[in-house]
Design a protein around this ligand. Structure first.
Ligand SMILES: NC(=O)c1ccc[n+]([C@@H]2O[C@H](COP(=O)([O-])OP(=O)(O)OC[C@H]3O[C@@H](n4cnc5c(N)ncnc54)[C@H](O)[C@@H]3O)[C@@H](O)[C@H]2O)c1
Length: 349
């Protein structure tokens, strides 16, 4: 099977392999990186039911001794208790510093496995095998790892790059339409922030998965290489996220991440002309609607503003938002919070 290789130069350099039906070759891919070692595999209950036997078979056939740990599917699993249980499991399985962790699942599993790998024995290698569209184009790339704590999402984490990302796009065939669509919001995001060609390609629904995933990963790779530790340009990847996170939180996470990001991107696009940039809101709304996103916002400017004030992106009395100057060209704008409030009032009413 053919696949694309995208190389990332960061504090740890690694390849991202993207192709259809490449998972059976996982043993061959990881051997040069981890040698003969034991593997602590983290997955969730849904992925385990669908593909648990297969992944163990592929790794065992390649000579790997695998210890599997399964958490219930869902964001609630990305918690301190499961992190500690998994770390304890790795210790009980007697993994050493020359052994490796494998994340087999979506962003929940990827984020927690990555943080476990950063912490266990002060750092072991880890491999990402993303199984959702979102984790393929976003969370498996760039080395941000985290868990949620009661005070908020992703508040405890580390920058810790994987040794390999192996993305078999066939695994996404079993995603529900809603979960697949969540990933589409992130794909559209990449088009709006940095690549008009990609954006134009996305007008053809459904898009060609392998080439689109590869392009999104290249874009994220380019951004991460410039700003691995998120002090500047990496902030562009938050397009739609400041407003999206507020909507997610206000809905008590009843609105999914992708659905909230879609609404958030539209709010940002409507805000752009108020800051002197061009208006791409109508055009963006039409594309998002093509993918089936509901773009209504059930919250007032006051509610959104209050939720945004607790965002971890806020610095003192200012907050950065990503606004489109045109399709394929976004900019990070830092606004005093009062000005953001005024603009939100104009956009939302
Ligand atoms: N580290 C980063 O840079 C980064 C970036 C974006 C998002 N995230 C994090 O990623 C998480 C969201 O990721 P997600 O959307 O992948 O969520 P997820 O991991 O919860 O997966 C979504 C659902 O899809 C199911 N699933 C996974 N693969 C499947 C498959 N192949 N077939 C059928 N069902 C499958 C899962 O069991 C789960 O129920 C959040 O915790 C978010 O904070 C991290």
């Amino acid at each position: 099977m053919s696949y694309n290789t995208i190389h990332v130069e960061a504090s740890r350099s690694y390849d991202i392999l993207i192709g259809r039906n490449i998972l059976p070759r996982i043993g061959e891919f990881i051997r040069p990186l981890v040698g003969e070692c034991r593997i602590g595999l983290l997955t969730d209950s849904t992925v385990d039911t669908l593909y648990g036997e297969k992944i163990i078979e592929y790794l065992s056939d390649a000579g790997y001794n695998v210890c599997k740990f399964v958490v219930p599917a869902g964001e609630a699993s990305k918690c301190a208790e499961n992190l500690l249980d998994f770390l304890n499991f790795l210790a009980e399985c007697k993994l050493t510093r020359s052994d490796a962790v494998v994340a087999f699942g979506g962003g929940v599993v990827g984020d927690m496995a990555g943080l476990s790998a950063a912490l266990f024995l002060r750092g072991v290698k880890y491999i990402q095998i993303p199984t959702t569209l979102l984790s393929a184009v976003d969370s498996s790339v760039g080395g941000k790892t985290a868990i949620d704590i009661p005070a908020g999402k992703n508040l405890v984490g580390a920058f810790y790059q994987p040794s390999l990302v192996c993305c078999d796009t066939v695994l996404m065939d079993t995603l529900t339409p809603e979960i697949y669509r969540d990933g589409c919001a992130e794909v559209i995001k990449y088009g709006v922030i940095l690549d008009k060609n990609l954006y134009d390609t996305l007008q053809n629904v459904p898009f060609d998965r392998e080439s689109v995933v590869a392009r999104c990963v290249e874009i994220k790779r380019d951004v991460v290489q410039q700003d691995e530790f998120d002090n500047g340009v990496r902030g562009l990847l938050n397009f739609g996220h400041t407003f999206g996170h507020a909507i997610e939180k206000l809905s008590n996470f009843g609105v999914s991440h992708g659905a909230a990001v879609a609404k958030g991107m539209l709010i940002a696009a409507k805000m752009a002309p108020l800051c002197g940039f061009c208006n791409v809101a109508l055009e963006l709304a039409a594309l998002l609607e093509k993918y089936g996103f509901d773009l209504s916002c059930n919250y007032s400017a006051d509610e959104l503003y209050d939720a945004i004030l607790s965002d971890k992106k806020r610095r003192g009395g200012e907050i950065s938002v990503v606004l489109p100057r045109a399709i394929g060209d976004c900019i990070l704008v830092t606004l005093p919070v009062e000005e953001l409030y005024d603009k939100l009032k104009k956009v939302i009413g």
